[in-house]
Design a protein around this ligand. Sequence first.
Ligand SMILES: Nc1nc2c(ncn2[C@@H]2O[C@H](COP(=O)(O)OP(=O)(O)OP(=O)(O)O)[C@@H](O)[C@H]2O)c(=O)[nH]1
Length: 432
Amino acid sequence: MNTALNTVIHDTDVDTHHRALRFLTAGSVDDGKSTLIGRLLFDSRAILADQLDVLAKRAAGEPIDLSLLTDGLEAEREQGITIDVAYRYFATKTRKFIIADAPGHEQYTRNMVTAAAGSDAAVVLVDITKLDTSVDAVELLPQTRRHSLLAHLLRVPSIVFAVNKLDAVAQPGPAFAAVSKALRAFAAQAGIEITAIVPVSALRGDNVTQPLAADWYSGPSLLQVLESLPGVQEKVEGQLLIPVQYVAKDGEGTGHQARTLWGRIAHGQVQAGDEVQILPSGQTAQVAEVRRAGETVAHCVAGESAGVVLDRQLDVSRGDWIVTPGSAQPRQSFEATLAWLDTEPAVPGRKYWLRHGNRWVQARISAIQHRLDIHSLQEQEATQLNVNEIGHVLIETQSPLPVEPYTSNRVGGSLIVVDPTSNRSSGALLVR
Ligand SMILES: Nc1nc2c(ncn2[C@@H]2O[C@H](COP(=O)(O)OP(=O)(O)OP(=O)(O)O)[C@@H](O)[C@H]2O)c(=O)[nH]1
């Protein structure tokens, strides 16, 4: 790879402000999700063309590595939990964007849960033509409530409402004000913090990338909002956590003799000289070298795919974790929020496979504590969880896992539940 180009891209990567923003889009059928994504991709094409031009100049005649624009996603793709989600990429002068597009209708909740787990923001579309905006208290669609509650429950850090199809209403100003009021009232009741409410016409491109010229709106365009959001998914501060994805054999692709442990840093950062612990074995070692994209680097931070070379030979394989010594306590039972996505209900006692990072373990739900009503968020008694239901459960695993609370660590705190008979991804667990 061209070194200058590599430097340009990675310098941009480690600057938190310029870090890629991952967001998902949510909305009911026909709200205009596909049109909005198309619009973002189309309108940003010109911007991307400029950016590629700069990269081409820096590459000085060598071929441009386009994968640089989607850096860091390979690891995730391989985790196999994103099957139902299509990623789309675009970039502006200041930022790279990754849209987790979760298509489908009745399956939507399931896909949304998958997409939300790795997202920095959710854009919830609201089709203004489906609402009666002439009344004092506008009634939102159940899907709008449901999707924003889900995004909130899944701790997506920023929630943005895009009120769409404003070109199709007679008085967009008052209509937008009425819908905004209803969204704010609902959010206050549900404890959701709204990042922004933005009027758009995905079809005409109004206020999507360019600010709207209207006397009733003087706020930012949707793209301006997205450009300004913090990409907080990767936490650079704090304890190190790397799920080992691949162990490169002696010398493989590295030009030296030691084994390299590859994985995308979920949390913290790593540099040569750091003491680390391998889980579940518990053995410790010192980091001899840190590699990234085929080169030795001074350090790697959360969000980057890092290659770690240890100062001694330990028995490490895919599925293990590299952590700050003593920072993670492997456990065999824990409480979690379970979002159930399978038509076959979740029942206590049954065996399931869990995937935590890159490790698979057998487990069972030892108890369902209660179900959460998606409209009111009230706790209800339950003996099973049906499709699209969310509840609090107790989990017991066959071997210990270094799980962490989802609120403090979204990678260490989330697991996928797989049904061993159908092999379907049946649910998502968020450690409490
Ligand atoms: N008037 C108007 N129509 C729009 C706008 N955005 C989307 N539409 C129309 O709404 C319909 C649905 O748009 P889609 O983008 O397919 O909606 P979707 O949410 O992706 O729907 P599914 O793909 O079915 O989930 C299409 O006929 C679009 O042309 C808009 O800003 N204004």
